[in-house]
Design a protein around this ligand. Structure first.
Ligand SMILES: C[S@@+](CC[C@H](N)C(=O)[O-])C[C@H]1O[C@@H](n2cnc3c(N)ncnc32)[C@H](O)[C@@H]1O
Length: 369
C-alpha cells in the first residue's frame, strides 16, 4: 500500500490546530457550490425514479464539514420531492476518506446530528443510513452502476503522489525557480490522477448520475499571490532549517507536496479527454486567504482585522491540512517552530502585498448514458 494513503489526513480531534477548528474556508467553498449541487440533484430527481438515493462524499475529512453534504442533500431532496408531490426517498450516504482519517469523531457526532435532522424534518424525511467507506478515491470504491450522486469538495487537488522527477531539492512545491520539467511532471501527475478518478466514478455512477467537484485552482493571469505561495513558503522555511542544522538536508531533498492546482483549461482538457461525462458547469470562484475569518474571530473593530490575526488564521488553515504529512517526514519536534516561522512569513507577505487570493474550481458533470 502506498505510504501516502496511510500518512495523509487532516489534523485530528478538536484541538486548536485541528481540521475541525480550522476548516472555515472549506465550509465557504461548500456554500459556494450548494446552488450547483441543488441544480444537479433536481435534474437527477426529475429524470430517474429513486427509491433509495445513494450519495458518496469523497474526501469528507472530519469536523463540522464532514456531515454538511448529508444535511444539504436531505434539505434539497425533501424540498424537491415536496414540490413535485413525491414520496421522499430513503437516503444512503457513503463518507469516504483515506485510512488515517478521523472517522471516529464523525461517528461520535452522529447521534446529535440525527436528532437535529429529525427535529428539522419531522416525519417528512425518509430513513437515512450513513456509512463510512475508507480508501483512496484513486481506486474503485463501489460496485458498478451503484451511486446516483458523487460529491467531492476541496480534495481533488491532492494527488495520489508527488511526481518523482528530480531537480526540486530545495523546494517542496513549484516556484518561479523550479525547472520546467518539474512543472510538467506535476501537471502530468494531475492529468493521470484526475483521468483515473473520472473513469472510476463513471463506472460506479448509474447512467445520467450527477457529480459535483470543487478543488483549488490556478489563474495564470492573476497578479495576486495564489495558493502555491502558501505551499512553497513551507519549502523556504524547511530550507532555512536545513541551513541551521535543525533538519537533515536529505529529508528535504526527497520531499515534495502531492498537491496540484489546475487551471480551468487543464481540468477541462482531462474531462474531455476521458470522455465519460458531459460537462454541465465549470466555474471559478476567487476566495481571499482569510475568507470567513469573521466566523471565528470577534470583530469588534468593524472589519479592521489586524495583521497578526489574519496571519494566524492562514497559518492554522495550512497547518491543519499539511501537518500530518510534514510530521511524518521531518518529525513532530520541529512542527511548532516551523509554524511560528510560517506565521512570520505570512505577516511579511500580507504587509508586502495587499491581496492574497486563490481560485476554487466548481465542476458539475453528468455521466453519459
Ligand atoms: C481539505 S480536506 C476537505 C474535507 C472536506 N471535504 C471539506 O470540504 O472540509 C481534503 C480531504 O481529502 C482527503 N483525501 C486526499 N486524498 C485522498 C484520496 N486519494 N482518497 C480519499 N481521500 C483523500 C484528505 O485526507 C482530506 O481529508
Amino acid at each position: 500500500m502506498e505510504r501516502q494513503q496511510v500518512v495523509l489526513h487532516m489534523n485530528h480531534g478538536m484541538g486548536d490546530n485541528s481540521y475541525a477548528h480550522n476548516s472555515i474556508i472549506q465550509k465557504r467553498v461548500m456554500r459556494e457550490a450548494k446552488g450547483i449541487v441543488e441544480e444537479s440533484m433536481m435534474r437527477l430527481y426529475t429524470i430517474i425514479p429513486i427509491h433509495c438515493f445513494k450519495v458518496a462524499d469523497l474526501g469528507c475529512s472530519s469536523g463540522p464539514n464532514a456531515l454538511q453534504l448529508v444535511s444539504n442533500v436531505i434539505d434539497i431532496v425533501n424540498t424537491t420531492t415536496s414540490n413535485l408531490n413525491l414520496k421522499p426517498p430513503v437516503f444512503q450516504f457513503f463518507l469516504n476518506d483515506l485510512f488515517g482519517n478521523d472517522f471516529n469523531s464523525i461517528f461520535k457526532s452522529l447521534p446529535q446530528f440525527s436528532e437535529i435532522i429529525e427535529e428539522k424534518k419531522g416525519h417528512k424525511c425518509g430513513a437515512c443510513f450513513i456509512n463510512a467507506t475508507p480508501g483512496t478515491f484513486y481506486k474503485s470504491l463501489f460496485p458498478n452502476n451503484f451511486l446516483h450522486f458523487v460529491h467531492s469538495s476541496f480534495s481533488l487537488h491532492w494527488l495520489s503522489q508527488a511526481p518523482k522527477e528530480l531537480g526540486n531539492e530545495e523546494n517542496v512545491h513549484l516556484t518561479s525557480t523550479t525547472p520546467p520539467a518539474m512543472h510538467e511532471a506535476y501537471l502530468e501527475q494531475f492529468r493521470k490522477d484526475f483521468k483515473l478518478f473520472l473513469k472510476l466514478r463513471s463506472q460506479e455512477l448509474v447512467a445520467k448520475g450527477g457529480m459535483v467537484l470543487t478543488l483549488i485552482g490556478m489563474d495564470k493571469s492573476q497578479k495576486t499571490h495564489d495558493i502555491r505561495t502558501a505551499w512553497s513558503l513551507i519549502g523556504t522555511i524547511l530550507n532555512d532549517m536545513v541551513l541551521e542544522n535543525l533538519i537533515e538536508a536529505i529529508k528535504l531533498e526527497c520531499f515534495d507536496l502531492p498537491l496540484y492546482d489546475p487551471t480551468i483549461e487543464e481540468a477541462k482538457e482531462v474531462i474531455e479527454d476521458e470522455g465519460s461525462f458531459t460537462l454541465q458547469r465549470l466555474e471559478s470562484v476567487t476566495l481571499d486567504w482569510s475568507t470567513n475569518i469573521k466566523e471565528v474571530v470577534d470583530d469588534d473593530n468593524n472589519n479592521k482585522l489586524d495583521l497578526n490575526t489574519k496571519a494566524e488564521f492562514t497559518t492554522k488553515f495550512i497547518r491543519a491540512a499539511l501537518e500530518p504529512l510534514l510530521k511524518a517526514k521531518f518529525g513532530e519536534e520541529i512542527m511548532d517552530e516551523l509554524f511560528v516561522r510560517y506565521k512570520n512569513k505570512i505577516v511579511q507577505l500580507i504587509m508586502g502585498v495587499k491581496i492574497l487570493e486563490f481560485p476554487t474550481l466548481i465542476i458539475s458533470l453528468i455521466k453519459k448514458v
